[in-house]
Design a binder for this molecule. Structure first.
Ligand code: GP9
Ligand code: MN
Length: 422
């Protein structure tokens, strides 16, 4: 009901913090290009396999970008679609099912709509069927102007592997689409090649597979390396076509690629035991924000996908009042560092709490009852509060009561008038 939303708004208002304005608006008016990097986990960044770099281009790019080195995916069963939901709405996904399928007719106030209101053209680009994950329906709801699907790409046999079109031709043809769009634009490019079961043609293998008892992990490295190459090609094409200087490029991993079924092989690769603590850490995905002309810096802020939207709006210098969101602007000064996973696991500056056990980040070991009270105790209630508020918004379709939005208050006013007249 409307009262429920008022209560949630009050909570969000109380949680607000002051914002560091140094970077406010540094990307004002620029095109925004999000690259949703399929199954890209953070452990490959700066690492090697068989002595070779796995992400040479991203490693180099990070030096020139704002890189969040402790950034977590927060997806659940909806996988890529959950990550899209989180990023565009700054709400949590659902515990069961994919919100893209379960609640496509809700009222949303998603990032594309905000960008539209600020003069941006908005599009998502992904060389798969438009109906996959119900995207064609949900994107309309989020306010995307256009969805470039597999129909908008020329996909040949040799340009395909595994799930479909390879990332390099996808990137090349996507730049053609970007060139056709009115500027400034807000766009999302969703890659595909680095998807389980990580199939790759010989000619696209820049590095050798790993050698462990997990075929999945072994194959993961060369497909990540291929995606890294595709992103390099994309940057080259942007530069060649004069789009680079006027764009902010944001690369993030959508969710894990290697599930806990492969913990044994993972343990062999990382050369350490995969405890629940390490497993939570393995949910880190890269967040790389590249703004030409803005100096690179690596930030260790504990952060998650839910924080991306307010952070991007900050960089774009766009202020939106009374947003019903749970993410925090990562440039806030007195921000409480807290990332919440859908299953109730949470990460703070000093601790990881998972399956009822509180681990100290310093020792990587569970702490005793007394320390648990101090380290994890203060967050328990807030974690459940946020998840349940977010659920209530989705299950109750509460954003239809958001009167801070003109179009809705007009709608309500209209209805009231009708009632008064009637
Ligand atoms: C499909 C692609 C992969 O279009 O986004 O989906 P996933 O299986 O990763 O959710
Ligand atoms: Mn995915």
């Amino acid at each position: 009901s409307e009262e429920e939303l008022l209560e949630i708004n009050e909570y969000i208002e109380e949680e607000k913090e002051t914002v560091n304005r140094d970077l406010f608006g540094v990307a004002k008016g620029k095109n925004v290009i999000l690259i949703s990097a399929e199954s890209l986990q953070n452990f490959v960044i700066g690492s090697t396999v068989n002595g070779e770099e796995i992400t040479p281009f991203l490693n180099e790019l990070i030096g020139d970008s704002i890189y969040f080195e402790e950034f977590y995916h927060q997806t659940a069963q909806g996988k890529t679609s959950d990550s899209e939901f989180i990023v565009d709405n700054s709400l949590y996904p659902l515990a069961r099912g994919a919100v893209f399928f379960t609640h496509p007719s809700n009222e949303y106030y998603a990032l594309p709509e905000i960008m539209n209101e600020n003069g941006y053209y908005t599009a998502s680009l992904h060389a798969n069927n438009g109906s996959f994950w119900n995207r064609n329906i949900m994107y309309d709801q989020f306010g995307y102007d256009r969805f470039y699907t597999v129909e908008d790409y020329e996909v040949t046999e040799e340009d395909s592997v595994g799930w479909g079109m390879k990332d390099i031709p996808f990137m090349e043809q996507s730049v053609e689409h970007l060139l056709d769009m009115p500027q400034p634009f807000y766009t999302k490019l969703i890659t595909l090649t680095n998807h389980f079961p990580f199939e790759l043609d010989e000619e696209d293998s820049y590095i050798d597979q790993f050698d462990s008892n997990s075929r999945t992990l072994n194959r993961y490295f060369p497909t990540v390396r291929y995606m890294d190459e595709a992103i390099r090609v994309f940057f080259d094409e942007l530069k060649e076509n004069g789009l680079y200087e006027d764009s902010m490029i944001v690369i993030y991993g959508d969710h894990y690629g290697i599930s806990s079924n492969h913990n044994k092989a993972m343990s062999y690769y990382l050369d350490k035991e995969i405890t629940p603590f390490v497993e939570a850490q393995l949910q880190q995905v890269p967040l790389i924000i590249h703004i030409p002309g803005v100096e690179g810096e690596t930030l260790s802020t504990v952060s998650g996908q839910i924080d991306l939207r307010p952070t991007l709006l900050h960089l774009l210098g766009i202020q939106v009042d009374n947003q019903v969101i749970f993410g925090k602007d990562l440039f806030s000064e007195d921000r409480k560092e807290l990332v919440i996973f859908r299953d109730g696991t949470f990460i703070t500056e000093d601790a990881i709490y998972t399956s009822g056990v509180c681990y100290s980040k310093e020792t990587e070991e569970p702490v005793d009852e007394e320390e648990k009270e101090a380290l994890c105790g203060p967050y328990l209630e807030e974690v459940q509060q946020q998840l349940s508020y977010s659920d209530r918004i989705i299950y109750g379709d509460l954003l239809r009561f958001d009167t801070s939005r003109e179009e809705i208050s007009d709608e309500i006013r209209k209805n009231e008038n009708i009632e008064i007249q009637g």
